[in-house]
Design a protein around this ligand. Sequence first.
Ligand code: URA
Length: 206
Amino acid sequence: MATLKQLRAEAAGCTRCDLYKCGTQTVFGEGTARARVMFVGEQPGDQEDLQGRPFVGPAGRLLDKALAVAGIDRRDVYVTNVVKHFKWEPRGKRRLHQKPNAREIAACRPWLDAELSVVKPDIVVCLGSTAAQALLGRSFRVTKLRGRPVPSPLAPKVLATVHPSSVLRAPDDETRERETAAFVRDIVTVARLLRELEAGGEAARE
Ligand code: URA
């Protein structure tokens, strides 16, 4: 089986869909192959596209903050996206994020499947409905099922929460604070599930 390093090198030249013409570079997942938790977002944003690393912009900072509150070290997680090129359209001087379509998501899927089979995480966390619907089915509703593990062959525990960018887009401070707290709670749930899996594994070894 290929290593993450080999997959990353291969993905750097990916032309499976036209998004390679749009983004600066492929933004492959990042983290150790021994990570127990894999976070899956939608696609790299502006900062990620420029730096070539996932979740390093404002959404990544919110994810880092939630991980810190939950006591999860970012170095122990693997962070990636369902689509690995930034899709955008010009709006004045800005590059405005565009949602990837089903064809682009499907074209990119082999990379995510390869990451999953190398890392074999205990927990997969879908960030936002694009990732959740790509991995858990088109009818999945994050608003209804956020923070709750759902049955999936992807990993022993699979759950979804909102995308941190949606929290940052909240229309006012009060909503943003409430949404931040709810997002942090979902990541705290991930930490609890990790501890439970750990305790279960230890019990099985005794
Ligand atoms: N949003 C995502 O979905 N992924 C990133 O890497 C950054 C922002």
